[in-house]
Write a protein that binds this ligand. Sequence first.
Ligand code: GLC
Ligand code: MG
Length: 255
Amino acid sequence: MTRFLFVSDLDNTLVGDDRALEQLNRRLGDSVSAHGSKIVYITGRSLALYQQLAAEKKLLAPDALVTAVGTEIYYATSDGVPDPAWSERLPQGWDREQVVAVAAQFSDLVPQPDMEQAPFKVSYFLTGDAAPAVLPYLNASLRERALATQLIYSNDKDLDILPERGNKGLAMQFLRHRWGFDATQTVACGDSGNDIALFGAGDERGIIVGNARPELLQWYETNSSDCLYLARSHYAEGILEGLHHFGFLGTNDGP
Ligand code: GLC
Ligand code: MG
């Protein structure tokens, strides 16, 4: 057992099975106090929607909370202001107004509620039926205007347009460097399309929970590696399974 950086998505990854979450929390809490491990939650939600979830579920207090699909980083001391050292990296090639104007030309894109829009995240609903036709054209239109963006499609309905320099994986690496964790001492957990950036970032370890969505499983089919573990169990139990697999919690006392 060693010190490690635990990075996890929330909806349908950490959260989904309350009993397993309690079990995982105990093991993580032990690792934090015995070894100085650190906990990061990394979610598509806004800060306000995270706070709703935190009021409903028993979550350990994280060392950092990353919201808006990797574009905002908060610490306990942040007082509602995202880490400027991260935010200042994101504007390069990003023009929010132009992104919105380009997207407005696509009638299949339905804006998500204002609460889920952010300075570096423009979000829409887009049906799974329409997505294959829309996404390549939208991408081409953004490129034509030299907008440095990335399209992230999750859950057969959520489209996030982000700056090229911000996503969940890049935010994870920013925190890992800041706190001096090696890639081999870092593990990320997820279930859906917006977590692909976590698994494709570099040599960090990755746990794909057993209930992962088809878009992530499809990506895994062509990107499997020794750094990635596809769990049989779902939600927090799948995370425990993966942490044992990588030896972060010891290997002999199964989940
Ligand atoms: C969360 C966010 C939403 C985003 C989705 C996928 O549900 O609230 O804005 O599109 O995650 O990243
Ligand atoms: Mg999720």
